[in-house]
Design a protein around this ligand. Structure first.
Ligand code: 8YV
Length: 322
């Protein structure tokens, strides 16, 4: 009797084909009706789940009788109820490292685009507004030699720091739950309190994991500490920022601009953000290159197969269900 794998979101086709050659695979298709109901029905005799971007908790996992692992095609895992998975002794495996540089590239893409008004000036030009030499209305902010403040000095935050220091000769500040002295020294980064980082940075990049401590970490009080020429970039999770406070801050032009890849509710179907010319909005594409998503899918596949073969996967979020 082959083991059953439920695929709960779109994954790399090569990986899907490999799974289908090894296991009894069921692919959840939103066109077939309510996805959570499909998960509840299919998870009953499933041995593994693979996918990303969906809330998995007791409400849709409770019927599972023999679920051994959820292999997420993501490094973040805030959309999984880890307490429930630990209680039910269900492994959660993720895909760190392979997406670090790609996501850091996207952070700088947002930083530069927001600083130099790339998105709004592209639209302005294409609408035929360029009638004479561009003037102060079209000017942006310098980046080279400025100060970048990174909130969250994990793998992605460190990659952002390297780009700032080596690529743009920036003065690198960081805030983290705890100081990372060795890493900071290697990155030429200086620790600051959150308040000092927000006050001293020309560019603030949020690269934290979403957890109880970082949820709503950046509210109106924190935004009000930023300089009027400063740019805020968020590549972490939308819920790290009070999104309405950010909208008001941008509407009142209390900061220069923002570059966002993540939002409190995704997909972002409608938002006041869409009417603002000082925010760049991307659709959660931090790791969104073909090669990186393939690497993530292959790593998630390897985690799943290892677990179904009775061994402990390399990248377990909860190795001892703690
Ligand atoms: C994922 C991400 O593709 O890895 C993460 O945590 O945010 C992205 O790389 C996204 O989470 C999938 O929904």
């Amino acid at each position: 009797m082959s083991q059953k794998v439920v695929v709960f979101s779109q994954i790399d086709t090569d990986v899907l084909t490999r799974l289908q050659s090894q296991y009894d695979v069921v692919v959840i298709n939103p066109k077939d009706g309510d996805v959570n109901q499909q998960i509840r029905e299919q998870v009953v005799d499933a041995d593994a789940l693979i996918g990303a971007g969906r809330l998995l908790n007791e409400s849709n996992l409770a019927p599972a009788k023999q679920l051994k692992i959820i292999s997420t095609v993501s490094v973040g895992y805030d959309n999984y109820d880890l307490n429930y998975l630990n209680q039910e002794k269900i492994w959660l495996a993720n895909t760190p490292h392979v997406l670090t540089e790609t996501t850091a590239d996207l952070a700088f893409t947002l930083l530069v685009s927001a600083a130099r008004k790339v998105a709004s000036l592209d639209a302005w030009t294409k609408q035929g507004n360029w009638k004479r030499t561009a003037g102060v209305e079209q000017f942006g902010q310098d980046i080279f030699g400025k100060t970048i403040g990174i909130i969250g000095l994990g793998n992605i935050g460190a990659a952002v720091a390297r780009r700032g220091f080596h690529g743009f000769n920036m003065n690198v500040l960081y805030h983290n739950r705890r100081e990372k002295l060795e890493m900071a020294e290697a990155l030429n980064a200086s620790y600051r309190s959150l308040e000092d980082l927000l006050q001293q940075s020309d560019f603030v990049v949020i690269a934290v994991d979403l957890n109880a401590e970082s949820k709503q970490l950046i509210g109106q009080k924190e935004l009000d500490l930023m300089q009027s020429h400063a740019v805020l970039v968020n590549i972490s999770r939308g819920s790290v920022i009070d999104e309405q406070a950010l909208i008001e801050t941008l509407k009142e032009r209390k900061i220069f601009a923002a570059g966002l890849d993540v939002y409190q509710k995704e997909p972002l179907a409608e938002s006041e953000l869409f009417s603002l010319d000082n925010v760049v909005t991307l659709p959660h594409v931090g790791s969104g290159t073909v090669s990186t998503r393939k690497k993530m899918a292959e790593l998630a596949y390897k985690n799943l197969v290892t677990a179904l073969n009775g061994q402990q996967p390399q990248y377990l979020v909860n190795p001892d269900f703690s």
